[in-house]
Design a binder for this molecule. Structure first.
Ligand SMILES: CC(C)(COP(=O)(O)OP(=O)(O)OC[C@H]1O[C@@H](n2cnc3c(N)ncnc32)[C@H](O)[C@@H]1OP(=O)(O)O)[C@@H](O)C(=O)NCCC(=O)NCCS
Length: 155
């Protein structure tokens, strides 16, 4: 499921359309093109495909030394609740373990119940709150962490 950065340019339009369908404050193409252009990037991306071969979800993972961070995960609304998000998280965590990461962090909007349930299901625990971390609209971020010492047997 992990995508080679060389294919990022081909995927950008699909990633941006999922982004627009998923967030009130969607990322623009810069984050994706900078990923593509920076061969040494610590960012990794994973895509999931539907039966027709289209991208129905993606995840961005940052990996620095022994710490991973889920930067973003989004699934096309029409494809939600089919296990795509969980599969993307499991794949990213397995990849992080294979690269020596011992913990994974993430931030999630306090009101984002669907994402918080997903992360709880994937064994993330709340470890803190960042006050007014988000803009548009302003909101606290819940910080979650999962230790990766144990083998990731989520798939
Ligand atoms: C959060 C998101 C990625 C989940 O993707 P998904 O493919 O629907 O998730 P899954 O089908 O793998 O669900 C896995 C588990 O997460 C939880 N979950 C997912 N969506 C949920 C919802 N709407 N309400 C409650 N729990 C939910 C459930 O525990 C679910 O397990 P279950 O279906 O066995 O009950 C998706 O809703 C999304 O793209 N949201 C918009 C973008 C976003 O907010 N991203 C997170 C940024 S931090």
């Amino acid at each position: 499921m992990q995508a080679d950065r060389r294919f990022m340019r081909e995927h950008i339009e699909e990633l941006l359309s999922i982004e627009r369908e998923s967030f009130a404050d969607p990322k623009n193409g810069n984050i994706f093109t900078s990923l593509y252009d920076d061969a040494a990037s610590h960012m990794h991306y994973f895509v999931s495909r539907d039966e027709a071969g289209g991208i129905d979800g993606y995840l961005l993972l940052s990996l620095a030394v022994d710490e991973a961070e889920i930067i973003n995960v989004a699934v096309r609304p029409s494809r939600r609740r089919h296990g795509v998000g969980a599969a993307l998280v499991a794949e990213a965590l397995a990849f992080a373990v294979s690269r020596g990461a011992v913990a994974c962090y993430l931030e999630v909007r306090e009101s984002n119940g669907a994402a918080r349930r997903l992360y709880e299901k994937m064994s993330f625990n709340v470890v803190g709150v960042r006050k007014m971390y988000y803009t548009a609209p302003p909101e606290d971020a819940i910080v979650m962490r999962r230790a990766l010492e144990a083998a990731c047997n989520d798939r």
